[in-house]
Every structure is written in C-alpha cells, then in structure tokens.
Design a binder for this molecule. Structure first.
Ligand SMILES: [Zn+2]
Length: 429
C-alpha cells in the first residue's frame, strides 16, 4: 500500500469510513441504536469531518454491553475472545473474526518490520498469553513477518535469559519495567550481553515509559529499544510504533482514523495540542467501533518523518487520563516523576509513588531504590542526593514530593505491568 500524499490517505479513509458505517448500520445493534439516538442515518456520515456528528464510544459502553452487546456477526463467525483485566469494574470483552485476526497479524508484522526486524531474526515473546492481547499480538505479527517465534510467555526470569543465550535470540518484547528487571538479572548472572547474547532489538509497551527508561534498557542489553502502542479495545498492540528516528510513533492511518480531544469537554483539538487520543478502526468485522476514547494522552505530529513512512506520528504517551494524579489541585503524571528519577544515574529505575491524605492535605512520597554501596555508604552523600531529587521533582511537578531513598531490592518487582502508584487516599475515603 503506497500513499503519496496526505490527501490520498484522507481520500482512502473517507472511502473506508463509508464502508464501516454502512456495515455497522446493517450489522451492529449497538451502532443502530446510536444512530437512532442521534437522529442520524448512515448516509449522514460521508467523510472524516462528518465523524464528529457521532458520539464517542467509551469503556463504559463496553462494560454496559458486557459481554457480547457490540457483536456484529453471528457467534459462529467469532474465532477469538480477549478481555481486559477489569481492575476498576467489569472487564471489557473484545471479539475477532478470522479476518480480524488476519488484519491484526498484518498490522503487527508492519510494527515489527518498522523496527528493523526481518525473517532472519528471532523474537522471544515475554508477554502473558491469555486474555491479555500482548502475547498473541506479537506472536502472530512475528510469524507473519517470518521472524522465528520463541513463545516463552512471562515470568521465570533466569530461564528467559538462558534461552536468550542458548537460542541466540535477536529480539524480545516485554513491558519496559520487566525488561529492566531482566537486564539486572543478566548482570547478576555475569552474562556479557556483547559476547554471550545476540540481542539487537527490543519492542516495549503496555505501560508508559520515558527516554530515561529507554536509555537504561538500551544500555543493559546493548540493543535498540522501540516503543509501540495499542489497546485491546482496538485490537491490542498494532496501532502505532516508533521508527528508527525514535521520535514519535507512526499510526497506521490506513486502518485507524485518529483524533485528539480535550478530555474534559470532548472538543476536538487542533494541530500540536495535547489531549486524549480517540480512534476509529476502519477494518473490524466482529466489533466495529466509532470514535473510541482511549484515555491515553498524546499529541499528533503533523510534519513528515525522515523515515519516509506516509503516516503521521503521535508523541510518546504521557500516561492515561486515568493515571493522572491530582495532588493539591495540581495535575501530576507518574511518567513525569519517572523521567526525573531516571535522569539521575544513581538510580536503576525501581521506585514507588505513594499518595496519602494527612488532614486536609495530600502528601506525595516517592520511594526510590539506591545501590547497596550508596545506601550503606556516606550519609552526607545520601542526604545530598535526596535533596537534589526533591528539588528536581519540585521544578517539574510544581508540588512538593518527599523522597525516601531505600536499599535495592526493597520495592517488589513485577513480571508484567508495574504497579508504581499507591494512592491511599481512595482507601481512606
Ligand atoms: Zn518515521
């Protein structure tokens, strides 16, 4: 698929959108109801500008229609289910036809090819295979591209590293926080990444991570680390990926229409403005969605990328609107805290963010691990380091954070998505 200009992409999107609206208006009860409620007919949505006539679809819509209310094909055409963990309520279920899985595999193959992987490579998939979409998404994409799949799944850290060494694995995928834990275990096992391992590429996602964390992962493994993006409601991974420029993620705009909105008012924002990402997939049979609110915060880059891909890029994610903490009335993203921590070479990337309410005021405490040597060394150095980080955090967050330096190994390690934020205010009411 070759697109020569932005106009060609938009023309293609308009055509695909008309097909999707027509399809959903005939097959999806949920979409039929939406049109009725809005007094619209399928014909009223002719191009991407008309898309704004439609309301957003939210995670609550999926929950309210649990489990199969958004299904647009007979059950016999469904070949797969995935579901979100549902930590904050009923889980959300997504369904796929054979064609849906096929398209998803192609999108994931594109993701991996964009990072430079070829059929000469192998990929160790250190994601959980199950309701979570990460394991299967990478698995199918890698197979489609001809990459040799090593489906180790998550956990069993030392075994993962032995397999990397014995199989000569050239790439792997995991959460970024687990990659750091894995890298530290490589060091502990006295394995030389340059001599003993053949790794060259890592693809990470499923939680927000910044440039500091990228640098740390790249150093630990001597690889290029790329960010990718997707959410299960849209398919799973396979929506966007970084190219070799490592400056924003290309969105597959021939498969998704993207918008950025003000999360409070729902107003569509203009070029370069930061807000919540909203996607309309242009290919889904089992579960058509229109204007799905992701809660992920980013902005669209309009300028053309040096890599030559015709699709626009989004900024690396700042976190989810759900993750945003409001501390003494100030918006704080955990990713801002992480950036400050990882810029300081004294830290290895293990930290916890604790929010409490003492009396009328919110208190923010950041526990950060330091090496054993530093922890048991000169107290003056330790106090100096603490003061420095507190000062750096204050200048970025605009609220005071108390830093508590703890010995390495204190903060629990995660095998999947890291639980970095402990908000005790909710428990206290
Ligand atoms: Zn690019």
């Amino acid at each position: 698929m070759e697109f020569k200009s932005r106009e060609e992409i938009i023309e293609y999107q308009n055509k695909k959108l008309r097909c999707c609206v027509d399809y959903a208006s005939k097959n999806s009860r949920f979409f039929k109801d939406t049109l009725k409620k809005c007094n619209l007919k399928a014909d009223d949505i002719k191009n991407i500008d008309d898309l704004q006539k439609l309301p957003f679809t939210t995670k609550n819509d999926l929950r309210d229609n649990y489990p199969f209310g958004l299904m647009a094909v007979p059950m016999e055409d469904i070949v797969r289910f995935h579901a979100s963990s549902g930590t904050t309520g009923k889980s959300t279920v997504v369904y796929y036809t054979k064609n849906d899985l096929d398209t998803w595999s192609n999108l994931m193959a594109r993701v991996l090819a964009t990072t430079g992987l070829t059929k000469k490579d192998s990929m160790q998939i250190i994601y959980n295979y199950g309701f979570f979409t990460g394991g299967f998404g990478f698995h199918y994409g890698a197979e489609r591209l001809g990459v040799s799949v090593i489906p180790t799944g998550s956990g069993n850290t030392k075994k993962q590293i032995e397999i990397m060494r014995d199989f000569g694995t050239t790439s792997f995928t995991s959460t970024p926080s687990y990659a750091i834990y894995l890298g530290e275990t490589v060091e502990e096992m006295k394995i030389d990444t340059k001599k003993d391992l053949k790794l060259k590429i890592g693809v990470f996602g499923a939680e927000p991570w910044g440039e500091g964390m990228r640098q740390r992962i790249e150093e630990l493994f001597n690889i290029n680390a790329y960010d990718n993006y997707g959410i299960s409601e849209l398919c799973g991974p396979g929506v966007a990926v970084e190219c070799k420029e490592k400056d924003g993620l290309h969105v597959w705009e021939d498969h998704f229409i993207m918008e950025v909105i003000d999360p409070k008012t729902g107003e569509v924002l203009g070029e370069g403005e930061r807000g919540e990402l909203v996607f309309t997939p242009l290919w889904k049979e089992a579960m058509p969605l229109f204007r799905y609110r992701t809660k992920d915060i980013s902005t669209i880059y309009e300028e053309k990328c040096n890599c030559g891909l015709p699709f626009r890029k989004i900024e690396r994610l700042h976190g989810r609107s759900d993750d945003m903490l409001i501390i003494r009335g100030v918006n704080v993203f955990p990713s801002q805290i992480e950036e400050v921590i990882l810029k300081n070479s004294a830290f290895k990337g293990h930290y916890a963010i604790i929010v409490e309410r003492k009396g009328p005021l919110d208190h923010l405490t950041i526990e950060i691990e330091v090496t054993k040597d530093l922890f048991t060394g000169n107290l003056k150095d330790l106090i100096q380091l603490k003061d420095k980080v507190e000062e750096d955090l204050k200048s970025v967050l605009l609220v005071k954070a108390n830093v508590k330096l703890v010995e390495e190994g204190t903060i629990p390690r995660s095998q999947g998505k890291a639980q970095r934020v402990i908000d005790k205010r909710n428990l206290e009411g």
